[in-house]
Design a protein around this ligand. Structure first.
Ligand SMILES: *Cc1c(COP(=O)(O)O)cnc(C)c1O
Length: 368
């Protein structure tokens, strides 16, 4: 049996006719930049996330960048975030001349540890970017309480968490704004790059709408300097189709995760820990084991794809060496980088495929 880490062709086969029709409509309209398909998508995502506003942008990275711009993050400002995330979370902070201040993660949720945030706050701190890693929302009650006490903005990096909720509140709706990515491998993936910002604050929504189009408002009049952060019509059209399937796909991922949980419960690997107040969308199903590299090789020998998100924490990346972090500074994130392994979790997986993966993990540990 051959099981890739992700099979986007299987998803496409199920929706091909609808998607082709939607793309064809955009071609007929020749509305390639923003336009009606993007406007419809923004309306639908706002309703889906229970947010007042949703603004489509060119990528998840640009969603973060434009959010920081809208919040007036400037050179010299400090922004607190996690070192155990995709590069863009911190890259976007540095691109504005601000300084990322990394706080270690919690070993169970893999998300930023709220109890370690307050000691890193200085008079330069302006914002916190919690990341909802692998589809589970960070501990937002504690984070927003700290933010309120210190008058800090909160930007959710929800790139991996569209549809996830905490106490019934959807991702993107738990801070000042939420940043989403439609990179093709995300739970809601476009046919190219795409992103979106959700917010309940009208001031932020208006700023981001201007900033994504060079800062113009009205047309050809510029009070601020933005960029070209617009979402394509074809992406809006594809995403409109896919959004209808998202809850079903996310539910299937949860069922797949539950099956892995039960099949691996007595094995030495640590399975994902989802807190009782959270509904995860399992963007990844990530196990941890000190024998990660050998297990990954054994899976590969048995034709099972797996992936390491992430092999090196951001505070130790070469490009951030001037920040002065040393190995051992954020020990939990550093340990996780040596132990995490993501298994196939996509919605189209069949039960016997999940059983084969779990059986192969057990076989590695010489379990029946
Ligand atoms: C994917 C991702 C991004 C960046 O999104 P792009 O659309 O690829 O630019 C940012 N943060 C996290 C946590 C991500 O997973």
């Amino acid at each position: 049996m051959q099981i890739p880490i992700l099979d986007l062709k299987a998803q496409y086969a199920n929706i091909k006719d609808e998607v082709i029709q939607a793309i064809s409509d955009v071609c007929d309209n020749q509305a390639f930049i923003l336009g009606p398909a993007v406007a419809e998508f923004e309306e639908k995502v706002a309703a889906y996330c229970n947010s007042k506003y949703a603004i489509g942008v060119s990528s998840g990275t640009d969603a973060l960048l434009v959010s920081l711009m809208a919040l007036d993050i400037k050179p010299g400002d400090e922004v607190i975030t996690t070192p155990f995330t995709f590069f863009a979370t911190a890259g976007s902070i540095v691109r504005l001349g601000a300084k990322p201040v990394f706080v270690d993660v919690d070993a169970d949720s893999l998300n930023i540890d709220p109890s370690a945030i307050e000691q890193k706050i200085t008079d330069k701190t302006r914002a916190i970017i919690p990341v909802h890693l692998f589809g589970q929302i960070a501990q937002m009650k504690a984070i927003t309480e700290i933010a309120k006490r210190h008058n800090l903005a909160v930007i959710e990096d929800a790139a991996q968490a569209i549809g996830a909720s905490q106490d019934g509140i959807k991702a993107g709706n738990l801070g000042d704004c939420g940043c989403f990515s439609f990179y093709p491998t995300k739970n809601l993936g476009g046919f190219g790059d795409g992103g979106l910002v959700t917010t309940n604050r009208e001031d932020i929504a208006q700023k981001i709408k201007a900033l994504r189009d060079h800062g113009q408002s009205p047309r050809y009049f510029y009070k601020v300097i933005g960029g070209n952060f617009r979402l394509d019509g074809i992406q809006g059209a594809v995403l409109n189709v896919k959004l209808r399937y998202l809850d079903g796909w996310n539910e299937k991922r949860r069922q797949n995760a539950a099956l892995y949980d039960s099949l691996l419960a007595d094995s030495p690997v640590k399975t994902p820990k989802i807190s009782a107040d959270n509904v995860s969308i399992y963007h990844q199903y990530t196990i941890t084991t000190p024998e990660r590299d050998k297990l990954q090789q054994f899976l590969a020998e048995n034709n099972i794809g797996s992936a390491i998100f992430y092999p090196k924490p951001l505070h130790l990346q070469d490009c951030f060496s001037d920040l002065g972090y040393r190995p051992g500074d954020l020990p939990i994130a550093e340990q996780l980088c040596k132990e995490v392994l993501s298994l196939p979790i996509y919605s189209e997986l069949a039960t016997d495929q999940i059983e084969y993966v779990a059986k192969t993990v057990r076989k590695y540990y010489k379990m029946s």
